[in-house]
Each structure stands twice: as structure tokens, then as C-alpha cells.
Design a protein around this ligand. Structure first.
Ligand code: GDD
Ligand code: MN
Length: 381
């Protein structure tokens, strides 16, 4: 769980700026940032992560290093934006001992004047601050054509509804301030991303780790010098990454099914035991059913949905779980009745079994979004 106490004391903040052929931007950007840093109480550092840009971006940075002690540079071969950030973050944490880092583009799309505002959100207790284009007050450039607009919108739809980052409005934003302890809990080697997909992989990992996410509106300015490096390879990797994140989250669904299968054993076991003890089968059946509902509930409450922040008393959830269970019984039975008429020749086990499928899905969805609803610590604004 993230420590979200407001920090009154000064932090060491490293702005990580990945560059590839940004000779025309990086020098001016460093100058403007230094001016913005001046009134801040924090120790502000700049870390340029340059992928051996052929245009000599690194030479400009080295020139600045001669009179600025807070400017650092890491060089390496070009492997993509995500790979550059992973290298940069490791260096910021392990070598520069950052308390927080920024992600920022070199091309002035992210305005230096916004840095203090994102920093202030960290001071107020946020763990993961996003300079967001898609909350009220934020914007994308007017000049953007339909293609780029749709690309950005669609990327966010995929991130929100495929990867499951519903609560965040700008999941692909590259302007962020992140507390170091959030990053220390994340194993970025496991992302297996090289390009822009890094942005959603990191955001997802931070949320899973319990980071408090805050979105602040920013105006994203179109670059005037140089060109975008976002390519088809990045777009493909982005989809793969979103699908991978969804698959990882479906582990919850698998646990739910395992719990349910265990419940079947409980049901049959108790039913058999009660019969052996001489209990009437019409009395034994509902007792066995309710017993399996109770064990399913316990399994889901303490295992399947354990990582969620569940609110309210446990008996209220137990009651909701019971309601959902009876509803899925009705769905299962309805499917059985309908299919028995549609497939009169089939063995009765066939409609009986098929009925389990819609019942399980409805059961899962209602329990996931109602009974065991997550009350996340992050807020969207
Ligand atoms: N080191 C390194 N290696 N830097 C890179 C690489 C790379 O392979 N690719 C891009 N960069 C640097 C650029 O030099 C620039 O400083 C920054 O990363 C952003 O790259 P752009 O090519 O300008 O990205 P963009 O404007 O298309 O995309 C922006 O918006 C996206 C969402 O719409 C960025 O903010 C992305 O992070 C963001 O996902
Ligand atoms: Mn750009």
C-alpha cells in the first residue's frame, strides 16, 4: 500500500526526458526548465535518456552540463521509448536517489510551466500524477488531424476497456510525476515492452500496487521542431500489451471459477453426508446449497477478491452474494427449461450443463461489480 502522507519536506525530483533526434529542442527545454525550477523548494534534476541520436542531441546536453550540475545524461542504443524510460528510471532511483521522477517529452508538447503544478499534487499526497489531456480543462492541439485524434482517442479506449484502466481518462499520457516508492514496488523487467506501450504497462502496475492516481488537466502542444517517432511497431505492441494486461487480470476470474468448483464439491459432499445421517433429501438439498454458497462466499471474499479494497461489513457482502447466487440459480434453471424444449432429443445433462455457463458469467459480473466492488484509493481528478 502506498504511503500517501502529504510531504512538507523537500524532495529530490528527477525529470526523465527521453530523446531521439531532439537537437532542435533539448537545449531550449533545459533552459526553460531551469527557470521554472528556481522558485521550487525541491532539488530538481534533469536526466536526458538519449538513444545515441545521430543529430547530436547529446552534444547539446553535454554543453549544458558544463555549467549546470543538475543535468545528467544516459546514452544507449535505440530500443524504443519504453526501454529508454526503464533505463532512465532505474538510474534515477539507484544512482540519483530520486524521491520522485517525472516523465516528460523533449519536444515542448509538455509545457515546462506545468511542472510546479504536477509537483504540488505530489506534495499533497498523490503517488502518480498524470498531466491529462482528457479531463475538463485539458486539451489536444487544434492542428491535430482526424487521424492523430482518432489514434489517441482509440488508444485510450483500448487502454480503458481492454486493459481495464477504466478510472483514468488519459492512460497514454507521457507527462507524469511519480513517487519513487511506487516505482520501487514495480518490476519493470516483467513488462516486456519496448515502445510507447510502456505508458499503460506502468500505469497498470502502479494501480495494482495501490498508487493514488491524480489527473490534472494540461494543454498538449504540437511540436514545432522535429517529428514524432510513434510508429506502427509501437501501435501493434500497444494492443498486445493491453491484451496481456487483460489476461493477467482474468486471473481473478479463474480464481472465481476454482472457488465455484470447490463449492460444487462442498454441495455434493454435505448433501451425501446428510442423507447418510438420515435427513430427508428435500431438507438436505437446500442445506447443502446454502453451505456451498457460504464456502463460495468465504473463498471469494478472502481469496479471489483479496487484493481489492472492500468496503462495508462482511455480512452485507454475504447477503449480496446470496442474492446473486439465487439469481444465477434462476438463470441456470431458465436456460435448462428453454434448452430442454429446443433440444428435446438431447440427454438432460446437456441443457443442465450449458445452463452453468450464463449463470457463471452473470454470477461473476454481479459479484465483481457489486458484491466485491473495489473502492480504489486513487481518484480520477
Ligand atoms: N530515448 C528515446 N528512445 N527517446 C525516444 C524514443 C526512443 O526510441 N522514441 C521517442 N523518444 C522521445 C522523443 O524524442 C520525445 O522526446 C519523446 O520521446 C516523445 O516522442 P514523440 O515521438 O514526440 O511522441 P509523440 O508526440 O508521438 O507521443 C506523445 O504522446 C503520446 C500519447 O499520445 C508522447 O507524450 C507519448 O509518451 C504519449 O504516449
Ligand atoms: Mn511529441
Amino acid at each position: 500500500m502506498a504511503v500517501t502522507l502529504p510531504s512538507a519536506h523537500a524532495m529530490r525530483i528527477v525529470l526523465i526526458i527521453p530523446t531521439f533526434n531532439e537537437r532542435g529542442n533539448i537545449g531550449r527545454l533545459i533552459d526553460q526548465l531551469q527557470a521554472v525550477f528556481r522558485p521550487l523548494k525541491h532539488e530538481m534534476l534533469i536526466l536526458v535518456v538519449d538513444d545515441n541520436s545521430p543529430d547530436g542531441t547529446a552534444d547539446v546536453v553535454r554543453e549544458h552540463q558544463r555549467h549546470s550540475l543538475n543535468v545528467h545524461i544516459l546514452q544507449g542504443s535505440k530500443r524504443g521509448l519504453g526501454a529508454a524510460y526503464i533505463r532512465g528510471m532505474r538510474h534515477a532511483l539507484e544512482v540519483l536517489h530520486a524521491d520522485a521522477v517525472f516523465e516528460m517529452d523533449a519536444d515542448f508538447s509538455h509545457e515546462p510551466k506545468d511542472v510546479p503544478r504536477l509537483t504540488a499534487a505530489l506534495e499533497q499526497g498523490a503517488d502518480f500524477v498524470i498531466g491529462s489531456r482528457y479531463v475538463s480543462g485539458g486539451s489536444i492541439p487544434r492542428e491535430w488531424g482526424l487521424h492523430r485524434r482518432l489514434n489517441s482517442r482509440f488508444g485510450n479506449i483500448v487502454a480503458r476497456y481492454v486493459a481495464g484502466l477504466y478510472r483514468v481518462h488519459d492512460c497514454t499520457a507521457g507527462f507524469r510525476a511519480i513517487r519513487a516508492d511506487v516505482l520501487r514496488r514495480i518490476d519493470m523487467e516483467r513488462f516486456r515492452v519496448q515502445g510507447y506501450a510502456f505508458q499503460i504497462a506502468l500505469l497498470h502496475a502502479a494501480i495494482v500496487g495501490g498508487a493514488k492516481v491524480v489527473e490534472l488537466p494540461v494543454k498538449f502542444v504540437d511540436r514545432t521542431v522535429g517529428e514524432s517517432k510513434l510508429g506502427i511497431k509501437d501501435i501493434i505492441e500497444f494492443f498486445q500489451s493491453a491484451a496481456w494486461i487483460r489476461f493477467q487480470s482474468s486471473k481473478v476470474f479463474i480464481k472465481f471459477c476454482i472457488t465455484g468448483a470447490f463449492g460444487v464439491l462442498v454441495n455434493l459432499g454435505i448433501f451425501t453426508a446428510l442423507l447418510a445421517a438420515g435427513v430427508n433429501k428435500f431438507v438436505a438439498s437446500p442445506i447443502a446449497i446454502e453451505a456451498s454458497i457460504v464456502t463460495n462466499f468465504l473463498g471469494n471474499n478472502y481469496w479471489t477478491f483479496r487484493s481489492r479494497n472492500l468496503a462495508g461489513p462482511v455480512h452485507a457482502r454475504g447477503l449480496r452474494f446470496n442474492v446473486v447466487s439465487f439469481l444465477s440459480l434462476a438463470i441456470s434453471y431458465l436456460t435448462f427449461v428453454v434448452l430442454s424444449h429446443v433440444l428435446p432429443a438431447a440427454a438432460p445433462q446437456v441443457p443442465q450443463f450449458i445452463g452453468i455457463i450464463p449463470a457463471t458469467l452473470v454470477n461473476y459480473l454481479l459479484n465483481s461489480y457489486w458484491t466485491f466492488r473495489d473502492h480504489p484509493r486513487e481518484s480520477a481528478h
